[in-house]
Each structure stands twice: as structure tokens, then as C-alpha cells.
Design a binder for this molecule. Structure first.
Ligand SMILES: NC(=O)C1=CN([C@@H]2O[C@H](COP(=O)(O)OP(=O)(O)OC[C@H]3O[C@@H](n4cnc5c(N)ncnc54)[C@H](OP(=O)(O)O)[C@@H]3O)[C@@H](O)[C@H]2O)C=CC1
Ligand SMILES: O=C(O)CCC(=O)C(=O)O
Length: 430
């Protein structure tokens, strides 16, 4: 373990339980900054969001009562292009979490070299407790409240946990009605019939599978002898598991919020219903063994893919994780102290800002299709995504080889070089 990693473990152990997304994101930025000669003022600016909008969303429930929900949109940085990032509907959404997630979007877009900055938002709500019509009214009112802050050239939301293509369709319709004309490019992740891109839904999972495949090849492992466990079987986890299964790996465990299913001989991942097909159904699947989510994280597998919520790999379980490689499908699943433990133990962590970046990359393709009013075929989306992922993989791998740093530090170095150079060239006004 490097001296930096060692003192980081000690410094963060105590604060570990409370580490928020923004704290993790700031520590990661500091580590990357130590490898580069970047103006301290620019780093300081990048530790803070540009703006955070908070809105109240009154919702008339189906029973006639009125309930007020809180929504946020954090806008971290737009030096390379409009703010970009998902909207999350989850009871634990907070301003701080949105800021941390918006910082990760800045780095993710920069690693992929796509012309967007970082944004993220959400509503503090459990979407499973809303009817479909309540979800629609909530989304339309949220869009109304955010109208002046978003737009195809300003800030472009997309799906995240608890939201889906239908949510984006309502958001786009509400925004367009207020603007008096149709603006497909105000959101991405829409259904293809209204300007969405084919392949966007499975894109973050596809990129997780591509990065896992590349890393397995880099370490000279054999994909057909690789075992995989995936936490979360939604937009990210399910396509990642299914593709790796299709490409020859053995997916032995997957989970949803209620628990995990485990078959040491390999699951038929196409047969297990995902979150979009029926939320919460994974744990009801007829599998040889049922496990707790925490047990899945510690299974004796080659590759672990956390693809649900943040902060699941912490100082409490990092030493018990048996996987030799972690490919982050979720945003921020690994705390700073856990990261240091993995570095010390030689566990390779392929970071979220690279691994799950297929989502925002196909969002960029969607935005281009909306501007040009011309739809790409699914084959073209797959080909272009593969090519963009391989370009980003090569850029990050070069930093790993040249600087002998972790995959996370390498991805940050690539991203921070691009973002800081843009800041320095654009300058500060006045
Ligand atoms: N959607 C996107 O475009 C992208 C998402 N991400 C990130 O990926 C992660 C997952 O998002 P996404 O796939 O969209 O979300 P979904 O809502 O589609 O799926 C989430 C999955 O995780 C499960 N889950 C929820 N809470 C827990 C928990 N506490 N413990 C274990 N499993 C849980 C859900 O179970 P159940 O079905 O029972 O609810 C579901 O299977 C998030 O961190 C998100 O930010 C990253 C890049 C892009
Ligand atoms: O597609 C997008 O714009 C962003 C998706 C997202 O929220 C993420 O990558 O975390």
C-alpha cells in the first residue's frame, strides 16, 4: 500500500460510516490532482457545484390528499458542454448526494471525451409507493419547477434509479408543452418513438460488461472460466449480467432489494425477471440457494459487480470481499477506506466513471440523433458504443501502465486533465 493510501485508511476509518457521495468524490479528486500540475484554484472550484436547485413538488394523491415532495438538481460543471446526468427517485435522495453524483458525471463525460458537463437530480420519494398516475403528476410538476434550469443546450436529464423511459417521456412532454414546441433533446433515455435512442436502456450494463471483458483480457484471465456476482438486477445490473453470461462467463449470483439468488453452476440470467419486468422478483426466483445482499458481496467469485446503490463496499466488509476484480456498475459503491483496502490487497477496482459510462455515451448519441432528427439503428449504436468504450479504455489503461496507479486514479487523471485544461483555456470572467 502506498503511504498516501495507508494514511487515507486511518484518516477515513472513523468517518467511514458517514462518508457522503460528495466527500468520496472530493477525496477522489484530491488523489488525482496529486498526479497533475493543475491550478489549485481550479481544483478548489471543482470541489464545489456550480449551482444546486431545490424545488417543492406538491402532489395530489389519488385519494385527494395533498403531499409535498422535495426535488433537487445539482449542476457541477459545464466547462465542456451542457450539464448532463440522471434523475433519481429514491427516499434517500439529498442535496449532498446529488452534488456528489453530479461531480462523478463531470468526470464520466470527460473520460468518455463527450461534450457534456456534470449534473444530477432527483426527488425524495419511494416510487414503489406511488401509482402510475401519481408518478406522472409528480414528474410533470418536477419538470415545470425545473424548466428554467434545464434545456437541450443547458442541462439534459436522463434516467437513474427509480426512473425510466416513461418518466423521461412525461418530463419531455411537460417541458415541451410549456415551451410551446417539441424539444426531444431536453432529456435522453426516452422511448425511441419520441426521439429516444435504441440501445440506451441497456447501455450502462453493456459498458460494464465491455470494461469487465477488457480488464479480464488485460490480466490474462479466461472469460469462460470467470465467475461473476451482480448486486442489483435493474437497468445496469441485468444487461451486464446477461451479456457476460452470453459471452461465456458464469454468473453465479444476482440480487434485488430483497436478497440474492445463488447457483454455483451458473444462473440462466435471461430467465430471471429484471427490475423493469417485475421489481423485487429476483429473490422469488427458484434457485438452489438464497442469500442476503451482504453475503453476495463476499462470495468467492472472480468478478463482483455492485450495480444497485452507493456505499455498499466499506471498511466493514472490504477485507471479506473475495472477488479479485470489482467492476462498478453503481455510482459510488466503494468508500474511500474500502478503496484503500482493495489497493493494499491487490483487488482491481474498475471505477464507475469508466465502467458504467455507456449510459451517458448513448445519451450523447441520442442527443445527436435528436438534433439531426435522424434515428440510428441498434447495430450502429452498439458499434459506436463499443468503439467509444475501447477509446476510453485505452486512454485509462495507458495511465495505469505509465504511472503505475489504480484504475480509479488513472480514470480521474484522464478526466481531470481534460476538464482542467478547458477551465484554464476558457479562463475566469471578469
Ligand atoms: N440507469 C442508468 O442509466 C444508470 C444508472 N447508474 C447507476 O446504477 C445504479 C443502479 O441504477 P439502475 O440500474 O438504473 O436502477 P434500477 O432502479 O433500474 O435497478 C436497481 C436495482 O437494484 C436493486 N436495489 C435497490 N435497492 C437495493 C439495495 N438497497 N440493495 C440491493 N439491491 C437494491 C433493485 O431491486 P428491486 O427491483 O427490488 O427494486 C434493482 O434490482 C445506481 O447507482 C445508478 O446511479 C449508472 C449509470 C447509468
Ligand atoms: O445518460 C445520462 O445522461 C446520465 C446517466 C447517469 O445518470 C449516470 O451515468 O450516472
Amino acid at each position: 500500500m502506498t503511504a498516501a493510501a495507508s494514511s487515507e485508511t486511518e484518516a477515513t476509518d472513523e468517518a467511514e460510516e458517514q462518508e457522503s457521495a460528495v466527500e468520496t468524490a472530493r477525496r477522489q479528486l484530491e488523489r488525482a490532482a496529486a498526479h497533475l500540475d493543475v491550478d489549485a484554484g481550479v481544483i478548489d472550484r471543482l470541489k464545489h457545484p456550480d449551482k444546486v436547485h431545490q424545488v417543492s413538488i406538491p402532489l395530489k394523491r389519488d385519494d385527494g390528499s395533498l403531499e409535498v415532495f422535495t426535488g433537487y438538481r445539482a449542476q457541477h460543471d459545464s466547462v465542456r458542454g451542457p450539464f448532463k446526468g440522471g434523475l433519481r427517485y429514491h427516499p434517500e435522495v439529498s442535496a449532498e448526494e446529488c452534488v456528489g453524483l453530479s461531480m462523478w458525471m463531470t468526470w464520466k463525460c470527460a473520460v468518455m471525451d463527450i461534450p457534456f458537463g456534470g449534473g444530477k437530480g432527483g426527488v425524495v420519494v419511494n416510487p414503489k409507493e406511488l401509482s402510475e398516475t401519481e408518478k406522472e403528476r409528480l414528474t410533470r410538476r418536477f419538470a415545470e419547477e425545473l424548466r428554467e434550469f434545464v434545456g437541450p443546450m443547458k442541462d439534459i436529464p436522463a434516467p437513474d434509479m427509480g426512473t425510466d423511459p416513461q418518466t423521461m417521456a412525461w418530463f419531455m412532454d411537460a417541458y415541451s408543452m410549456q415551451e410551446g414546441e417539441t424539444h426531444p433533446g431536453v432529456v435522453t433515455g426516452k422511448p425511441p418513438v419520441i426521439g429516444g435512442s435504441y440501445g440506451r436502456e441497456e447501455a450502462p450494463g453493456r459498458s460494464v460488461a465491455i470494461i469487465a471483458r477488457q480488464a479480464i483480457e488485460y490480466y490474462d484471465w479466461d472469460l469462460s472460466e470467470t465467475t461473476v456476482a451482480v448486486q442489483g438486477f435493474g437497468s445496469v445490473g441485468a444487461p451486464a449480467a446477461r451479456l457476460l453470461d452470453q459471452w461465456g462467463a458464469t454468473v453465479v449470483a444476482v440480487s434485488d432489494v430483497n436478497g440474492a439468488i445463488y447457483d454455483p453452476d451458473g444462473l440462466d440470467t435471461d430467465d430471471v425477471q429484471d427490475h423493469d419486468e417485475r421489481p423485487g422478483m429476483v429473490s422469488g426466483y427458484d434457485a438452489p440457494q438464497k442469500l442476503e445482499n451482504a453475503e453476495l458481496l463476499e462470495l468467492d467469485v472472480d468478478v463482483l459487480i455492485p450495480a444497485a446503490i452507493g456505499n455498499v463496499l466499506t471498511v466493514d466488509n472490504a477485507n471479506d470481499v473475495q472477488a479479485r476484480m470489482i467492476v462498478e456498475g453503481a455510482n459510488g459503491p466503494t468508500t474511500t477506506a474500502a478503496d484503500a483496502i482493495f489497493e493494499e490487497r491487490g483487488v482491481h477496482v474498475l471505477p464507475d466513471i469508466l465502467a458504467n459510462a455507456g449510459g451517458v455515451t448513448v445519451s450523447y448519441f441520442e442527443w445527436l440523433q435528436d438534433i439531426n432528427r435522424r434515428q440510428w439503428s441498434l447495430d450502429r449504436v452498439h458499434e459506436e458504443l463499443e468503439s467509444e468504450m475501447l477509446k476510453a479504455w485505452d486512454a485509462v489503461r495507458r495511465e495505469v501502465d505509465d504511472r503505475d496507479v489504480t484504475w480509479r486514479d488513472a480514470a480521474y487523471v484522464v478526466a481531470l486533465e481534460r476538464v482542467s485544461e478547458a477551465h484554464e483555456i476558457r479562463g475566469v470572467w471578469p
